[in-house]
Write a protein that binds this ligand. Sequence first.
Ligand SMILES: Nc1ncnc2c1ncn2[C@@H]1O[C@H](COP(=O)(O)OP(=O)(O)OP(=O)(O)O)[C@@H](O)[C@H]1O
Length: 277
Amino acid sequence: MHATLTIARLSAGYPRRPVIRDLSLPPLPAAAVTALVGPNAAGKSTLLKALAGLVQAEGRVQFGDAELLRMPLAARADLIGFMPQALPQGVALSVLESIVAAFEASRPDELAGADAARRAVATLDRLGIADLALDSLDQLSGGQRQLVSLAQALVREPRLLLLDEPTSALDLRHQVTVMEAARSLAAEGRTVLVVLHDLNLAARWAERVVVLDHGRVAAIGTPAEALTARTLAAVWGVAARIEQDPAGIPHVVVEGALPPAPGGPAAHPFDPRPTAA
Ligand SMILES: Nc1ncnc2c1ncn2[C@@H]1O[C@H](COP(=O)(O)OP(=O)(O)OP(=O)(O)O)[C@@H](O)[C@H]1O
């Protein structure tokens, strides 16, 4: 079940709009949570969609023995659970029905019915939202919709989980529930890649952090290695100091926005391009 994810020379984007250019990453470990962070429009969602087969991509993406970009989409969907930023509106299903449907979409065999219902209930339980089972999808709050969307991604127990901002609409308690679920799914041997805007959430829950900016990797490593004051200045344009809590977890304290760098955006800490004079 343990499979690392290796991305090499990946380019991805939309018609006439390249977003990810020639991106390579050291193997992302299995049984671990990797946070993908970066400013708005950095290409985080595009990267997740490229891995899930939802946008055009070229290059090599190796997951264990599987070469994802060369697999038929149905086989890829079997391996991957993708949670999008937003659930589609206007779906006339109950929460439970939507999760059963997500399960059956990839298991269209006769046994699916009973198995799917059992799995759907267990997944809702795992996320602490079993009480929503009979509610209509269209009457949920933003945070409840997000939890249901996560349940839809989890129900097939995929080996690779791609979660796009799973906590953005959640209250504090539910943020913790989701990040604990991500950690326990990883502990079961899954590879979890999660887009987060909250850098302190990333530092607290992820073993590894990838900072993406303008479709390129600006920093990668443990939270302490990737989330430095220098990277925060170069990538987000904010002045910040990094403190350590007693458990050794870095904590980002933002002091304020930096003025725009003269001559354009600041160079990344390891950007090979020469800096503007
Ligand atoms: N369907 C699309 N067609 C064309 N361009 C798109 C499409 N979706 C996104 N883009 C562009 O791709 C770039 C990267 O967008 P993406 O959604 O991957 O960024 P992101 O890092 O996830 O941003 P955010 O943090 O704001 O969600 C942006 O410039 C965006 O305008």
